[in-house]
Design a protein around this ligand. Structure first.
Ligand code: GLA
Length: 389
């Protein structure tokens, strides 16, 4: 028995570490990530210029605070102590200095690695180095870790991600844990106590609904979120991938619809455009407080697809204080007059509501009579409903 007691306390102590940091993502995380626009072409100058642009554009103050370095920030080998090394050609001041710079600007520092032996771009992965890497990230002031799933062989996703969760917790610095397992092992069913967010699909690219092998447009990803709403909530979000808003392959309407629907999904809002060069229309889109408030609503409910047909989709999202968000998408190839028949929603909405049109910034009547709007191809109307007194 005497021998058992220390063993028992050890087991209890490690059980106490086996948890994620709570409360870091009460609402979906917001920020910017290098990958969608820059892939491996990243540098300290890019990060610093982007940080300045996020401040000047109002993005930081609208809530986009995590600046995340995706793949390719390292050199190809660990150092003799087994530590990861930031590429000195890309980040001459070092990773700790970069974290300090971001913190000094009121931003947070995000970084990427992979659960396998190598990252997707072939840099050293985290497998077998979880605790060592977690301590290193903590020492650099990292606030957010995106953890990918390349080169994992036959590894079990649940066990592998739990190991990294425990390593981060043991390192002691609160770090948002963003799983990038692409939905293969259905993480929505088991990852609520493992990560703050988990990818649900393969990679996004900047088109409406194209499919290029592993990568697809945002509409294809949207369709895969339909059944997942019930799994999301504060501190455990479905992640339909970083945004392509403002990127070349989308029309302005498609960017606006993409952003609106990511807000309806309570998706993490991680911008993926070149914020140093975005147009004023894209800046206004990404920083629209009313749209962001739908995404960030404290109730933390992911929206669902209420209706599909007649060249349109209608999505609804329950908000706090008895309010609702409603978004209608024109899925057709031409402009169309499309209607929302409010009475069809009366079995889950109670009473009548006033309606405001977020992109017009104007009132749009109430739910006593149907709303018909003219929408361009792949454009949306995004509405907020408040109970009428
Ligand atoms: C995977 C991820 C992407 C990106 C790349 C980097 O494809 O899903 O989001 O991180 O790896 O190599």
């Amino acid at each position: 028995m005497r021998k058992l007691i220390p063993l028992l306390s050890l087991a209890l102590a490690s059980a106490a570490f086996a948890q994620k940091f709570d409360g870091l993502a009460a609402t979906p995380p917001m920020g910017w990530n290098t990958w969608n626009t820059f892939a491996c072409d990243i540098s300290e100058a890019l990060i610093k210029e982007t940080a300045e642009a996020m401040i000047a554009s109002g993005m930081r103050d609208a809530g986009y605070v995590y600046v995340v370095l995706d793949d390719c920030w390292m050199v190809k080998e660990r150092d003799p102590d087994g530590d990861l090394v930031g590429d000195p050609a890309k980040f001459p001041s070092g990773m700790k200095a970069l974290g300090d710079f971001l913190h000094g600007k009121g931003l947070k520092f995000g970084i990427y690695n992979c659960a396998g032996t190598k990252t997707c771009a072939g840099y050293p992965g985290g497998r077998g180095h979880e605790y060592q890497d977690a301590r290193l990230y903590a020492s650099w002031g990292v606030d957010y870790l995106k953890y990918d799933w390349c080169s994992t062989g036959t590894a079990n996703a649940q066990e592998t991600y739990k190991t990294m969760r425990d390593a981060l917790h043991a390192a002691g610095r609160p770090i948002i844990f963003s799983m990038c397992e692409w939905g293969t092992a259905e993480p929505w069913k088991w990852a609520a106590d493992v990560a703050h967010l988990w990818r649900t699909t393969g990679d996004i690219i900047d088109c409406y609904d194209c499919i290029t092998g592993w990568s697809t447009g945002w509409k294809v990803i949207l369709d895969k979120q339909v059944e997942l709403a019930k799994y999301a909530g504060p501190d455990h979000w479905n992640d339909p991938d970083m945004m392509e808003v403002g990127n070349e392959g989308l029309t302005f309407a498609e960017s606006r619809a993409h952003f609106s629907l990511w807000c309806m999904l309570a998706a993490p809002l991680i911008a993926g455009n070149d914020v140093r060069k975005m147009t004023s229309e894209i800046r206004a889109l990404l920083t629209n407080r009313e749209a962001i408030a739908i995404d960030q609503d404290p109730l933390g409910k992911q929206g669902t697809r209420f209706y599909i047909g007649g060249g349109r989709e209608i999505w609804t999202k329950e908000l706090s204080n008895g309010e609702w968000a409603v978004c209608m998408l024109n899925t057709g190839d031409a402009p169309a007059d499309l209607a929302i028949e409010w009475e069809r929603m009366h079995y889950f909405m109670r009473g009548q509501y006033s309606v405001s049109d977020i992109w017009k910034g104007a009132a749009a009547g109430d739910t006593k009579k149907p709303l018909t709007v003219r929408l361009d191809s792949h454009d949306v109307v995004l509405l907020r409903l408040k109970p009428l007194k």
